[in-house]
Design a protein around this ligand. Structure first.
Ligand code: ADP
Ligand code: MG
Length: 323
């Protein structure tokens, strides 16, 4: 096959028919409208080879994850996906890699009604660099925000905790390989699926929300700080991924409380919403767990079954610039 130039790459792998009412790939800007009474919600995330993903990761999964991590941010505001643009920098054009990467991206885009409507394609000297920007819409003034939790709210999380962190520990040889456990946890790391259809239905029912990307403790703390309150969480109620059963308790705690790359939702809602929320979760086949309560006093306490406060890991989550 003749070498593909920049325009061939865009045409072959990223150009798709734009939905009705959109101008997509092919002009200088993408165009689309938000419904009257709605606001645009915008977020962006960068994934860098060697830093956020391994060079040999399945490119289909990587395409999926590039969009998933951004969908996760829309979920945290209760916004509905509208579209995305992709800025891609590549050391070389590898058609097989691009075919799989773009298929993974387009598949999740179709599933979540979030078409790829533009982007930029350039060369990078050595590292694949993927910046995806997402657009969603949310009714004016109704978005879920970090600063709206109130004392007395229940705290909920979707999905399970700890699996992605465990998989990453095996893949980076920070834990001796356990092929079976890696098998059980790897998809959580490589193919996260945030609850994008469920989240918009939280508007008017939940107060504050955040997506768990850097670690449960750290991300919940962001809500508490922004809302000027604290929380009491029960360790026994935290939905630990089943693959963590039987590993050392200290490792369970580190993975569940501080493990990153979760891409599930943590939100607060008044206790009067319990029945609505459980019903909504059942409709969407989402695992939803009530894990604690927002309290007026600042601070985050995790208690064990006997009511004793756990000694929390000093570092509650991931930080690109920490030592
Ligand atoms: P310009 O020079 O005006 O920035 P480009 O030549 O970079 O235009 O891009 C041509 C068209 O292809 C534009 O519509 C742009 O949005 C789209 N595009 C470029 N790269 C990508 C990509 N990786 N994914 C999706 N669309 C892309
Ligand atoms: Mg360009």
């Amino acid at each position: 096959m003749a070498a593909l130039n920049e325009f061939d790459v865009i045409q072959t792998f990223f150009h798709r028919a734009a939905p009705e009412g959109y101008v997509g790939v092919g002009d200088d800007c993408a165009l689309f409208s938000v419904r009257p009474g709605y606001q645009l919600a915008v977020s962006t995330d960068t994934l860098i080879e060697g830093q956020h993903f391994f060079s040999d990761v399945d490119p289909y999964d990587l395409g999926h994850k590039s969009l998933a991590v951004n969908l996760s941010d829309l979920c945290a505001m209760g916004a509905e996906p509208k579209g995305c643009v992709l800025a891609l920098a590549l050391p070389q054009v590898d058609p097989q890699w691009l075919q799989a990467f773009s298929s993974g991206l387009h598949a999740l885009a179709a599933q979540s009604n979030c078409p790829l409507i533009g982007g930029d394609t350039t060369r990078h000297p050595y590292a694949v660099t993927i910046t995806l920007t997402i657009f969603g819409e949310v009714p004016i003034t109704q978005a879920l925000r970090r600063d709206l939790a109130r004392a007395g709210d229940d705290i909920w999380i979707t999905g399970t905790l700890g699996a992605a962190d465990l998989a990453l520990r095996y893949l980076t040889q920070r834990l001796p390989m356990d092929a079976e456990r890696l098998e059980q946890t790897r998809s959580a790391l490589e193919r996260p699926l945030p609850p994008y259809a469920f989240a918009p239905h939280l508007l008017g029912h939940a107060h504050a929300a955040i997506d768990i990307s850097d670690g449960f403790l750290q991300d919940l703390s962001h809500i508490l700080t922004a809302s000027h309150c604290g929380a009491q969480v029960s360790w026994a109620d935290l939905p630990m991924h089943p693959a963590l059963r039987g590993v050392a308790p200290a490792l369970q705690q580190a993975a569940v409380l501080a493990g990153g790359d979760v891409f599930e939702l943590c939100f607060t809602a008044p206790p009067t919403e319990r029945a609505y929320l459980l019903d909504l979760a059942a409709q969407h086949q989402i695992r939803l767990t009530r894990i604690g309560t927002v309290v007026p006093e600042p601070g985050l306490v995790v208690v064990d079954a006997s009511g004793q406060a756990l000694n929390l890991p000093a570092q509650g989550g991931f930080d690109h610039f920490s030592a």
